[in-house]
Ligand binder design. Structure first.
Ligand SMILES: *[C@@H]1O[C@H](CO)[C@@H](O)[C@H](O)[C@H]1NC(C)=O
Ligand SMILES: *[C@@H]1O[C@H](CO)[C@@H](O)[C@H](O)[C@H]1NC(C)=O
Ligand SMILES: *[C@@H]1O[C@H](CO)[C@@H](O)[C@H](O)[C@H]1NC(C)=O
Ligand SMILES: *[C@@H]1O[C@H](CO)[C@@H](O)[C@H](O)[C@H]1NC(C)=O
Ligand SMILES: *[C@@H]1O[C@H](CO)[C@@H](O)[C@H](O)[C@H]1NC(C)=O
Ligand SMILES: *[C@@H]1O[C@H](CO)[C@@H](O)[C@H](O)[C@H]1NC(C)=O
Ligand SMILES: [Zn+2]
Length: 439
């Protein structure tokens, strides 16, 4: 059986500055923020307090040719030579992203390279019938609920919020991205190693893929109520009320760009139809689940679930670009399905990077060559369009001279969002606790 290396569905977050008419609404005193402590469990979020803070500094100087990532690197192994190589692969990947996106503020990354087999009880696993090997994962460390230009509340990855440059913003977490990579049972190749061997994978490519997730390439869609899954919803947020809890479905920014191919309907539109339970209080998550699953709205969730396992069913629309998402895996795999470019569609193209798996024995450079030597390197044209739609300021080209320093921020207005006065801990309900096997 062919052995593929599979990436964790993780995320990226991008920013909103260059898009007209985006109105971001923060709660003044209690924005809804969630931390994602474990990048290998992307669906486990914890409510955290993030009061509004005011900064005096304005981040107007977009720097070019600078690595805008601030890496905290923990190497959990004894081999210092390997640690150094991993760190320098990080620096290369960060440079590629800094050349692609004009970051206004540094992106803080908490990365660990260690034996995750021990911590998660497995190195290899069978994923949709394919034997897979765990490499690692990355995700936005904190998401913040903002009201978008279409009036919908969505979760923005912190790194994207930062690029807005508002001096008034919910308190940031120390890190924008949490990442972890497996040091065991994977043979990595580094630029300084000479020819790649048939069983090796290029560490820089793995890191680059994961950092893109960390910037917001992540979908909230998952089954938070059943294991095995049978319906997909965005995050299920229980907002505590005096006597019970009101439930809402809140999507990620990524999902705003997602559509159903056959009907052209946006996923946001489907979520809007689903999110009709907020007026009623439920005593327990289970009572909410029972109500939801016996409601007519549940069909929206099961329909989405069936689309997640039929090729060519879901796409991302960014500008004129359509990205076909990965919906060929059966059974559905919450780490690989949906939140990746279609493997079938984008292998051997310039947009190879965000496929859910990587072949052994091919370097990042060779992938770029196989994809037709795209002038801007490994961040392909569709991925660039996506990052731009998400809200990051993407450079026009690597030649670079015609960079527009946008004045961006003035359009962003902070408005008080009063529905979220919450005194108690608030949970994303995840009755089907993900038991962290490490992809
Ligand atoms: C911002 O400026 C005000 C007034 O000049 C000052 O009191 C405050 O300490 C400054 N805040 C920070 C974070 O530097
Ligand atoms: C940094 O990452 C490590 C490993 O995932 C984790 O244990 C640690 O809590 C993280 N630090 C912060 C501040 O999130
Ligand atoms: C990982 O590698 C170690 C040492 O090479 C080996 O003993 C172990 O069986 C491997 N584990 C898996 C799950 O492949
Ligand atoms: C880099 O990240 C560390 C850890 O969060 C932080 O203490 C430090 O201030 C950051 N440096 C910059 C320049 O942002
Ligand atoms: C609390 O519940 C009531 C009735 O269900 C609802 O009208 C009100 O908006 C809720 N408050 C919050 C903060 O969700
Ligand atoms: C990509 O190209 C290689 C070499 O031509 C071929 O073996 C492989 O099947 C192609 N992959 C896909 C998914 O088309
Ligand atoms: Zn991935």
């Amino acid at each position: 059986m062919k052995k593929l290396i599979i990436w964790t569905k993780s995320f990226l977050i991008f920013f909103i500055c260059n898009i007209a008419n985006i109105v971001l609404i923060f709660a003044n005193d209690s924005t809804l923020c969630f931390d994602r402590p474990d990048p290998l469990k992307p669906y486990y979020l914890e409510r955290v307090s993030c009061p509004m803070v005011t900064e005096n500094e304005t981040y107007s100087n977009l720097k070019r040719d600078t690595n805008m990532f601030n890496l905290t690197f923990i190497c959990g192994i004894n081999d210092q030579t390997l640690c150094k190589k991993v760190k320098s692969a990080f620096e290369s990947a960060e440079k590629i992203l800094s050349d692609t996106i004009l970051f206004k503020q540094t992106v803080n990354v908490n990365a660990t390279f260690t034996n995750i087999c021990a911590a998660y009880g497995a190195c290899n696993t069978v994923n949709s019938g394919i034997e897979t090997q765990v490499i690692g994962g990355a995700a936005p460390s904190r998401v913040m609920m903002l009201r978008d230009d279409d009036g919908v509340n969505r979760f923005y990855p912190q790194s994207l919020v930062k690029q807005l440059g508002n001096t008034n913003h919910p308190k940031y977490s120390d890190y924008d991205i949490n990442a972890i990579f497996n040091s065991e049972n994977v043979s990595y190749w580094f630029k300084e190693d000479g020819n790649i061997k048939y069983n090796q994978i290029d560490m820089e490519m793995v890191i680059l893929h994961e950092l893109v997730h960390g910037l917001g390439f992540i979908s909230s869609l998952n089954d938070y109520m059943n294991d095995p899954p049978k319906g997909l919803t965005p995050y299920v947020i229980g907002i505590l009320n005096t006597t019970g809890t009101n439930y809402h479905f809140i999507e990620d920014m990524f999902d705003k760009l997602m559509s159903v191919v056959s009907t052209g309907q946006s996923v946001s539109d489907i979520v809007k139809q689903m999110d009709v339970f907020g007026d009623v209080q439920y005593v327990t998550p289970e009572s909410f689940t029972i109500t939801f699953e016996s409601s007519p709205q549940y069909k929206l969730a099961t329909d989405l679930f069936s689309k997640a396992t039929i090729p060519n069913s879901l796409s991302l629309l960014s500008g004129d670009d359509t990205i076909i998402l990965e919906t060929s895996l059966t059974p559905y795999n919450y780490k690989s399905s949906i939140g990746h470019f279609s493997y079938q569609e984008y292998s051997n193209t310039s947009d190879f990077l965000m496929r859910y798996s990587v072949e052994h024995g091919v370097t990042l450079q060779q992938y770029v060559a196989m994809g037709g030597n795209y002038a801007n390197g490994p961040i392909g044209p569709k991925l660039r369009a996506f990052l731009k739609s998400l809200g990051y300021t993407v450079r026009d080209s690597t030649s670079g001279t015609q960079i527009r320093i946008s004045t961006i921020i003035s359009k962003t207005k902070l408005i008080i969002l009063s529905m979220l006065i919450i005194s108690l801990m608030n949970f994303i309900t995840s009755p089907c606790e993900i038991n962290g096997f490490p992809l």
